[in-house]
Design a protein around this ligand. Structure first.
Ligand code: PRX
Length: 636
């Protein structure tokens, strides 16, 4: 049986059974479909204790030969990428696979000419411009490890990520367009680099035409370097287990960690999951609206589609500019067949009214996707009815930065879908639900901690520079399992529904933040003594950020102090981590051992103050009443 592309529910079931029976045989057969410079000696070695996972051991490859070179003979003139600018009046851009090949090779030579080599870490801090895709691929071409940092992060966040991986180069732009605004980018890099010592070169793309500061000897413009670089660059031969990229993500501890993915396994899984979940066909146009700064952009704007030889669309702008019909206008303009976005975008467009979506035909659409957070039933139905016209399958895809690719999802039009349910695992993925003691919960109609029992090719290999952290975060809670940090339900049909995080992580508009990470940022403000952050349900963002803050003195002008604290968070992390609600308190509910009772704070933030459970074990039970009254006053 060929399980490389599944065309029916029966084929899915057969593939699933085969993958459980013979994991190595299953993935070995899938991996045959790529260009390897040298075949692997062994498919898999693993244990979840250290943890140590290695796929396609001894295999040699370069992922860009699989994304680009191998398509040139048959798809050289096919569009690889369509780029739509922020401003609908600006010309869009289209590159064939041949053109993309030239761009990537030439950029790779620019990197080399500026001293980059295999194994170097290169930070990419760029808006959603075509050069971002080229940068990522150019790094992969020469075997440098890319670390893309979302261009909405602050200078501090960027500096932390550059320092953690000791990056030797930064690829960036002068500024960026975002809706009606133009935002500095290079200036943020300059500020970050004052806190870094490892960076020797900065390559700057001229996007908005600003005269930015260029430090002699360090900073160069891409357009001045390109003419010096050849359009042919031999691909570096990589070991299957060599790192391909680092991507920082937040966990329950204060500091974001660098999730490491490797060349061989990530390639196999990005391609396999892309083709099967979306049921991609040769003439389709795939649009994933994520930013390449997040894992969704890595796997389903860049690598997955290009590995499959697809046409991938990249959009510089925002869903509401110049109006909330922009997504649908772009779908009609380019005949988009596959549209993949986040529930938060759907909810905000839903709120803007149906007229915007009803003004466009959306005839070309075939498949819709959702990712990043639980999609509520109302948003699911709106998306399915008004965007998909009740004829497009909607895939709710559950996965994580650490998993590299989609793990639990409907296969479009092939396996069943159910609103607000991710449904079934992909073949090769073995989810289980565990109880608090780490026992597997059997049967259906049950709820528990979502864990994965066996490795898949794109499982994270480590957290950069700190393997013990990787073990503690993901493999220590339940011995022998990868722990996702999510709670889930398996319904009566065996379909999974993701409930949400069970650790101290909040998911704001599909972006992950550790509560400790936001607290650390808030505590940098000079007024603040201590803070506690929790998530609460938010109509558009999924979860909002609620901060309880103890100041040195109760602020006389709370509006001003709130604004100052928000400014601090923006400077420490970025605008995306702004607290939605700040409540000043004189104390926090703590146990006698000093642990903050977040359960109580979460309930108050949710507006549920009726039953706060047993508060008698608190050091100061009276504080709960003060916080409760304060919250009610704040919401009034
Ligand atoms: O809580 C889950 C939620 O997002 C987390 C992963 O976040 P991140 O690594 O930033 O990756 C986001 C894009 C893959 C998960 O632990 N999540 C992701 N997809 C879904 C989801 N929650 C519910 N349903 C989903 N489809």
């Amino acid at each position: 049986m060929d399980y490389n592309r599944l065309h029916s529910y029966e084929a899915y079931q057969a593939a699933y059974a085969a993958s459980v029976q013979d994991l190595e045989g299953f993935w070995g057969a899938i991996a045959e479909n790529f260009t390897w410079r040298q075949k692997w000696d062994k498919v898999l070695e693993w244990n979840f204790e250290e943890p140590k996972v290695a796929w396609f051991i001894g295999g040699k490859l370069n992922i860009t030969e699989n994304c680009i070179d191998r398509h040139l003979a048959t798809r050289g003139n096919k569009l690889a990428m369509i780029w739509e600018a922020n401003d609908p009046k600006e010309r869009y851009m289209r590159w064939t696979y041949r053109e993309l090949s030239e761009k990537v090779n030439q950029f790779a030579n620019v990197l080399k000419n500026n001293g980059a080599k295999k194994g170097d870490r290169i930070a990419i801090y760029m808006p959603m411009i075509p050069e971002l895709m080229v940068s990522v691929l150019a790094c992969a071409r020469i075997g440098a490890i890319h670390s893309v940092v979302f261009a909405g992060f602050s200078a501090h966040s960027l500096a932390d990520r550059i320092n953690d991986a000791a990056c030797s180069m930064v690829l960036t732009s002068d500024g960026m367009n975002r809706g009606a605004k133009q935002i500095p980018v290079k200036r943020v890099v300059d500020e970050a680099l004052e806190m870094c010592t490892s960076v020797e070169k900065v390559i700057v793309v001229d996007r908005v035409g600003w005269a930015v500061n260029m430090q002699e000897g360090r900073d160069v413009y891409l357009h001045e370097e390109l003419p010096k670089a050849s359009k042919v660059c031999e691909a570096e031969i990589m070991d299957a287990e060599d790192p391909l990229f680092i991507l920082y993500t937040s966990g329950s501890t204060g500091k974001p960690k660098g999730v490491v993915h490797t060349c061989g396994g990530y390639m196999v899984y990005a391609d396999y999951s892309f083709r099967n979940v979306f049921q991609y066909n040769e003439s389709d146009v795939h649009w994933c609206t994520a930013d390449v700064g997040w894992v969704t952009g890595h796997s389903y704007i860049v690598y997955g589609p290009l590995l499959a030889g697809a046409t991938t669309l990249m959009f510089e702008g925002v869903p509401t500019y110049p109006d909330p019909g922009r997504f649908w206008q772009v779908c009609d303009k380019f005949g988009v067949t596959h549209f993949y976005t986040a529930p938060t975008a759907i909810r905000s467009l839903m709120q803007a009214g149906e007229d915007h979506v009803l003004s466009y035909s959306l005839d070309s659409l075939k498949v819709l996707g959702s990712v990043g957070e639980p999609i509520n039933e109302e948003a699911w139905h709106w998306y399915h009815t008004h965007v998909g016209k009740n004829r497009c399958p909607l895939v709710d895809t559950w996965w994580q930065t650490e998993t590299g690719g989609i793990m639990i999802s409907t296969l479009a039009g092939i396996t069943p879908m159910k609103p607000a349910h991710a449904t079934l695992p992909l073949p090769g993925v073995q989810p289980v639900l565990l109880d608090g003691e780490g026992n597997e919960i059997e049967g259906n109609d049950v709820e528990g901690y979502l864990c994965i029992k066996a490795p898949w090719p794109s499982i994270l290999r480590t957290t950069y520079g700190d393997h013990e952290r990787c073990r503690i975060n993901y493999f220590a809670a339940y011995k022998g399992y990868y722990f996702t940090g999510d709670g889930a339900r398996r319904d009566e049909h065996g379909f999974y529904r993701i409930i949400g995080r069970v650790d101290d992580v909040i998911n704001v508009s599909g972006h992950r933040f550790g509560t400790a990470e936001i607290e650390n940022a808030i505590n940098q403000n000079e007024n603040v003594i201590e803070s506690a952050v929790v998530g609460y349900p938010h109509d558009i963002k999924g979860q909002g950020i609620y901060a309880y803050i103890i100041c040195k003195e109760m602020p006389e002008n709370p509006i001003q102090v709130r604004a100052e604290i928000v400014e601090t968070v923006v400077a420490e992390i970025g605008k995306i981590a702004k607290p939605d609600v700040i409540q000043f308190v004189s104390g926090l509910p703590k146990t006698r051992s000093g642990k903050i009772m977040r359960r109580i704070l979460r309930k108050i933030a949710e507006g549920d103050v009726s039953n706060l459970g047993d508060t008698s074990t608190l050091l100061d039970p009276l504080i709960v009443d003060e916080i409760k009254d304060g919250a009610i006053a704040l919401m009034a």
